[in-house]
Design a protein around this ligand. Sequence first.
Ligand SMILES: NC(=O)c1ccc[n+]([C@@H]2O[C@H](COP(=O)([O-])OP(=O)(O)OC[C@H]3O[C@@H](n4cnc5c(N)ncnc54)[C@H](O)[C@@H]3O)[C@@H](O)[C@H]2O)c1
Ligand SMILES: [Zn+2]
Length: 362
Amino acid sequence: MKKIPVSLGERSYEIVVGHGILSDIGSAIGRLGLGPKEMIVTGSTLWPLYGKIVHDSLASGGFDVSLATLRDDEESKSLQTVTTIYDKLLEDEFDRNSGIVAVGGGVVGDVAGFAAATFMRGIPFVQVPTTLLAQVDSSIGGKTGVNHPKAKNLVGAFHQPRAVWTDVSTLLTLSERELRSGLAEVIKYAVIADQGLITALERNISAFSKASSDTLVEIVSRCCSIKARIVEQDERERGLRSILNYGHTVGHALEALTNYAHYTHGEAVAIGMIAAARISHDIDATNRDTVELQENLVKAAGLPVRIDRPTDPHEILQQLNRDKKRVGGRVRWVLPRTIGDVFLTDKVPPDVAVKVLKDMIA
Ligand SMILES: NC(=O)c1ccc[n+]([C@@H]2O[C@H](COP(=O)([O-])OP(=O)(O)OC[C@H]3O[C@@H](n4cnc5c(N)ncnc54)[C@H](O)[C@@H]3O)[C@@H](O)[C@H]2O)c1
Ligand SMILES: [Zn+2]
């Protein structure tokens, strides 16, 4: 078991990563001094798999436990779902001394976290992430929120969890595609901040779900540490935290251009990382080895390295510019210098980006 502290003054908390630890959550949360009532928020298919274990552990830890099960697809990440959580909290007479325990992937964590951030101006919550993406990314850092019909993640709040309780054994029931999608974020962490993680990935990435539980704990906790260190320095994404968007510039554009239906988030990010590394090479900011090492990892993870449908590279660039308007500046690229080191730049010539993207289109 690994414990990773997230030091944010009075909002500090611990991420615990282990194997087979779900049934220990009751006693662990008991030590946090939370109120007597806890509401488990989970997906309806996750309830029998993992929600119930968490429920029983909390109940035997002396908590008065309620339950809200949701549909947990991306369309359900809405204010309407948040309202159903408020309704349930009111029905079960929750007050500011009570808390929420989110058991699920990023959708459950974002929705439940947002309900916790806003109910009675904020009640405590605990994350129990069950997808690889949620374990290495969305459960850490306090971003919560829902989608607006016109834009993803438009409505949200920063609200740090009181603890993150991560059991890597939950990954065994995750679909291959979801698992691979999460691996894109794992590769991202290695490239932005951890050369040492590369060796562990080279050894295990092609059969990740068959890796030993110790290896899974090691890889997941290394990613958590990287995100924790970045969030500690830039909780509200004023600067440094944006390096976590490595691969996401082109990734988001591809997701939007295909109406979020063709690529999973991780697949789009994988393609985005390949594009970023090639752009970096074209502007002489990185060497060929860095580009190839990353491409080999992405391939070994079973993630795409090419854009597999006819797309006009100018259209991708236009989409990037639309994103750019939202943040009010020029396109902000995160590019690798070498493995473990990236930099931010808004000086990528558009024709370099177009050329790189053109070469990547099938
Ligand atoms: N808050 C943040 O900082 C942050 C960061 C990245 C992504 N996100 C958000 O996270 C969401 C995506 O999260 P996700 O990739 O975890 O997907 P998800 O929550 O949509 O889950 C994917 C599917 O896997 C199922 N599932 C979850 N755990 C399972 C398990 N252990 N076994 C079997 N099935 C399981 C779910 O029921 C769901 O059908 C997006 O909405 C994204 O915006 C948030
Ligand atoms: Zn991502």
